[in-house]
Structures are given as structure tokens and as C-alpha cells.
Design a protein around this ligand. Structure first.
Ligand code: XIL
Length: 325
């Protein structure tokens, strides 16, 4: 399988119960997971809304089942995500009150969740997508920023480290693997500041939701290398490669499949060239099959971004990725 070709974790994001396609209910998905991967991420089920659907009411059953499955098969679990603005619980979005009441919500969530999984998860995305794509004000306006201020990010990392000293702590974002160099610069400025002041952070997660046209390989190299230069771990946290950005295809053609396979190979190669072995936090695919992928819904078009087709058969992309490793 894929993971035997790498000396770092090769992972995949999977739905857990009660989502349709839950890996825990799908023998076909389990077969692929066990053959090819060494790391799992819950695609949705460990986000704030699902772990704490009501104030103070934590629901760990489904995530615990994923953890037990991962352990039984020798896979590590990457936690995604302690703090995000999307898929926060509706009660969090609706909350009104002074700043202190928001820090109480933030603190309680991080402490309870990170303590629950302490020693069990390999790593966490502590804060996800805290920067804007383009605004000079840098930080994205969210319930956390607007009510607590930018200090919520540092606060989250300190709380996570205190609650689970053994988990690797990542900051995770999109459009930073070459698409928007200015956005990456803002993320790196935060990273440099955290490192200088001893705020606990172990690495950067690059989502890498890309297509076959962009970003360029050299832009991707520069992005990974500039993070690696800081001495931290670098993960490709949510890899998928869309092929239908021109929206002209109704099905994956053999030519597109070859183009995609080559692109998978190149992305893996760029990662290996830019990130020294000891700093490779791993590569995680954002889904198993094309039918599982979030891209068609998100982009409102057909697409086939992943390594396996709807019948669980390997696409050329699997060989492409394997050739890159
Ligand atoms: C996506 C999931 O794949 C979808 O099922 C869900 O509807 C929305 O979230 N960046 C992230 C991931 O950090 O959590 C997102 O996952 C994709 C973009």
C-alpha cells in the first residue's frame, strides 16, 4: 500500500457516524484504509459543532469509535479541529455576551476535547483558517476574533498544549501553498512571533485543495520550503486535486486521469524536495473516493479529485502518488 512507500504518515479524511459513508459502516472503505494509509482524520466529526452540540454537552461516542478502529489497525489519528469558525456549534454562533463569556466557551471546549483525547491523538489542528485571503486586516472576522480579539489563537495553542502535552500542534489553512503568497506571509509572521515568544506550535498544515492548473510547482515549493525554514513540521493536511476547473467535463476522461496522476506525483515530489525528512508531518488526502469528495458540492460541478473512483477502484492518481513517494 501507499503508506509503505513513505517514512512519514500517509493519511485520509473519513466520515464517521452518523454521516453517510461512515468508514465504520463501510467494509469497502475499511479495506482501502487498511491497505494504503497510516493516519486518519475525521472529515467532520471532530469539529466543534459535533463534539459539543449543546453547551457543556460533549458527544465523544463516534470519535471514540474512530479512535478504537485506528488503534486496532495501527493507524494514528490526527485531530481536526479544535477551533474553527465554520461548523462551530449553532449555540456558539448564537451566543451573545462579554468577551469573557467567549473565552469561557473557547477554554472549556479546548480543555475538555484535548483532555479527552490526550495521549490518543497524534496531532491537532488547533486553529483552522484564521486568516483572510486578501484583507490587510489579516485576521478573519469570526465569532472568536470579533469577541475575543487576535489573542484567541495564542490562547488556543497554550490551552491545547496544557491539556495534551504529547500532541503535535498545528496551525492549518488554505490557499497558502502557492496560491496566495501574501496570505502565507501573514501566517508565517504569526508563526515566527509564536516561536520567538515560546507559544507552543509544532507545525503548519497546508490544506492543498488545488487543481491541475495552479498553483505552479515552484510556487508550491517556495511555500513548503519557507515553512520548513522555520524548523517546524509541515503537513499537507487536506490534499485533493480537482480536474474540472473549466467545467467542461461530465466524466473523468483517460486524459484527465493521466494529467491528475502526474500532478499527484509532482505535488508529492515537491513536498519531499522542500521538507527535510525530520520535518515531514505527513500527507493526508481529503477523502477516499471521488463520490465521497466535498469538491463537487462545494464547487457546484462534477469533479473527480481523489485516488479512488466510486466503485472503490484505484485511479491512475493512486499510481501517480505512489510514484512520487
Ligand atoms: C469540509 C468537509 O469535507 C465537508 O464534508 C463539510 O461539509 C465542510 O467541511 N477546509 C477544512 C475542512 O479545513 O474541514 C473542510 O471540510 C474543507 C475545507
Amino acid at each position: 500500500g501507499l503508506h509503505t512507500l513513505a517514512d512519514f504518515p500517509v493519511g485520509v479524511a473519513v466520515p464517521i457516524d452518523p454521516w453517510p459513508n461512515s468508514v465504520l459502516q463501510s467494509p469497502q472503505r475499511q479495506a482501502l484504509v487498511e491497505q494504503h494509509f497510516s493516519s486518519l482524520t475525521a472529515e467532520n466529526g471532530m469539529k466543534m459543532a459535533y463534539l459539543q452540540p449543546e453547551p457543556g454537552q460533549f458527544e465523544f461516542g463516534a470519535a471514540d469509535a474512530l479512535l478504537a478502529y485506528a488503534k486496532a489497525h495501527g493507524l494514528i489519528l490526527h485531530g481536526h479541529a479544535l477551533v474553527w469558525h465554520t461548523q462551530a456549534a449553532p449555540w456558539m454562533d448564537a451566543h451573545q455576551g462579554p468577551a469573557g463569556s467567549f473565552t469561557e466557551i473557547l477554554d472549556a471546549h479546548i480543555q475538555t476535547v484535548a483532555e479527552h483525547f490526550a495521549g490518543q491523538v497524534h496531532s491537532w489542528d488547533v486553529v483552522n483558517e484564521a486568516f483572510t485571503d486578501d484583507s490587510p486586516s489579516a485576521y478573519r472576522s469570526t465569532i472568536w476574533l470579533d469577541n475575543i480579539g487576535p489573542g484567541y489563537i495564542e490562547r488556543a495553542f497554550r490551552l491545547a498544549r496544557a491539556a495534551d502535552p504529547s500532541a503535535e500542534l498545528y496551525y492549518n489553512d488554505y490557499n497558502i501553498s502557492g496560491a496566495l503568497p501574501a496570505k502565507l506571509e501573514r501566517v508565517l509572521a504569526m508563526l515566527d512571533d509564536f516561536l520567538a515568544r515560546g507559544v507552543p506550535i509544532d507545525g503548519l498544515g497546508f490544506q492543498v485543495h488545488i487543481d491541475t492548473d495552479s498553483p505552479s510547482l515552484s510556487a508550491m515549493y517556495d511555500a513548503f520550503a519557507s515553512a520548513a525554514k522555520r524548523g517546524v513540521k509541515v503537513r499537507i493536511s487536506e490534499l485533493d486535486i480537482a480536474v474540472n476547473q473549466s467545467e467542461q467535463y461530465r466524466a473523468l476522461t483517460p486524459e484527465l486521469a493521466r494529467l491528475q496522476a502526474e500532478r499527484y506525483r509532482q505535488v508529492v515530489q515537491v513536498y519531499l524536495q522542500a521538507v527535510p525528512p525530520a520535518q515531514r508531518g505527513g500527507i493526508t488526502l481529503w477523502g477516499l473516493t471521488d463520490g465521497d469528495s466535498w469538491i463537487p458540492g462545494f464547487k457546484q460541478r462534477p469533479d473527480w479529485p481523489l485516488l479512488f473512483d466510486d466503485s472503490f477502484a484505484a485511479k491512475p492518481a493512486l499510481a501517480g502518488m505512489a510514484n512520487g513517494l
